[in-house]
Design a protein around this ligand. Structure first.
Ligand code: CAA
Length: 258
């Protein structure tokens, strides 16, 4: 049986996706993205999953969209299939937290896939970049929008216009990644973080994600109101009562995720 393009596993309440095209540094073909999106949909719908981790290999998280697949496409080919829309955009609608565990190269669509996740844990060997300009194109899955939000305009311009890569230390200083760990610890660190998240009350985790994302889409007043209304709404959950009672009674909460 041939190897899957994306390995899908569960570790307790964590869903784990491993990109699995090592010979081409996990180049993101449409087939790979379809498999990622389908697995994410299944995890999002599964009550037994509280957080998702996506990772690649030690050498590459993903070296970008599949250049061999797209090199001969015409304008109408990419327009008609809405290339980089559709399934890629689906990833934005996943409501449970997604952590990118990045070792090695995260370039082009690989960097964009990592930035689409909720946060990035990087190995010391990680390298981030948007080298599309060298191919005569520009980033197509959010690089020009998410990179400036993550690292500011100056660094985003520098990286996208010169195609230079950012190493893990610079990426952490710039705010692109949340943690840098020894390269052989990346997946374990991400799984541990995801396990911590998955043990929290799922409604509060999902609302926190939704509210943080609002910060990028709504004016401050709207974002603050959205946060406050959701804060109020959580008082209707079992888990709010359990969490607060457990604190007062000096014991661990038993969340039911409802
Ligand atoms: N698409 C298709 N194949 C790729 C690939 C990609 N994005 N990246 C690497 N590969 C393939 C190589 O062609 C090579 O295949 P062969 O062994 O058959 O020759 C194999 O993976 C190994 O790569 P290298 O021999 O190049 O490995 P290296 O260690 O010398 O270099 C690298 C590593 C610097 C990452 C280099 O592979 C590279 O520059 N890759 C392309 C990066 C890139 O331009 N990404 C942007 C793609 S466009 C995009 O992503 C658009 C978007 O916004 C969504």
């Amino acid at each position: 049986m041939s190897e899957p393009l994306v390995k899908v596993e569960t570790r307790g309440r964590v869903g784990l996706l491993t990109l699995n095209r090592p010979k081409v540094l996990n180049a993101l073909s449409n087939e790979v993205i379809d498999e990622v999106a389908n697995a994410m949909k299944a995890f999002d719908a599964d009550d037994n999953i509280g957080a998702i981790v996506i990772t690649g290999s030690e050498k590459a998280f993903a070296a970008g969209a599949d250049i061999a697949a797209m090199k001969d496409w015409s304008y109408t080919d990419v327009y008609k299939q809405d290339y980089l829309g559709h399934q890629w955009e689906y990833l934005r609608r996943v409501r449970k937290p997604i952590i990118a565990a990045v070792s090695g190269f995260a370039l082009g669509g690989g960097c964009e896939l990592a930035m689409q996740c909720d946060f990035i844990i990087a190995g010391e060997n990680a390298k981030f970049g948007q080298p599309e300009i060298k191919l005569g194109i520009i980033p197509g899955f959010g690089g020009t929008q998410r990179l400036p939000r993550a690292v500011g305009k100056a660094k985003a311009m520098d990286m996208i216009l010169t195609a230079r890569m950012m190493d893990a230390a610079e990426a952490e200083r710039a705010g692109l990644v949340s943690r840098v760990v020894p390269s052989d610890r990346v997946l374990d660190e991400a799984l541990e973080a995801a396990t911590v998240i998955a043990a929290m009350s799922l409604p509060s985790v999902m609302m926190a994600k939704e509210a943080i994302n609002r910060a990028y889409e709504a004016p401050l007043n709207e974002g603050l109101l959205f946060e406050r209304r959701n804060f109020h709404a959580l008082f209707s959950t079992h888990d709010q009562k359990e969490g607060m009672n457990a604190f007062i009674e000096k014991r661990q909460p038993q969340f039911k995720h409802e």
